[in-house]
Design a protein. Structure first.
Length: 81
């Protein structure tokens, strides 16, 4: 968990967030995400339209420079990164 400070105009914000890991080489936070394998065109469009935006917003607020997305099968096994 981490605490962040931001400012929007004259409004100062203090918020907390859960960060998955820290890269000691770059001294930056890294966000890890896992989602179901995308098989149909509809799933791909939905992922690109909604989930990627959600991932980006969360990473931006947590000042995360990298988001690593893994894709799992229905048994929960990681199949692709």
């Amino acid at each position: 968990n981490a605490v962040f400070k931001s400012k929007i105009g004259d409004l100062r914000l203090l918020y907390g967030g859960e960060v998955d890991c820290f890269d000691g080489k770059t001294n930056e936070y890294v966000e890890l995400k896992v989602t179901r394998l995308l098989e149909a065109e509809r799933q791909i469009r939905s992922f690109e339209r909604y989930k990627l935006l959600k991932f980006y917003c969360q990473a931006y607020l947590a000042r995360t420079s990298a988001v690593i997305v893994g894709f799992r099968d229905d048994d929960g096994k990681l199949r692709k990164v």
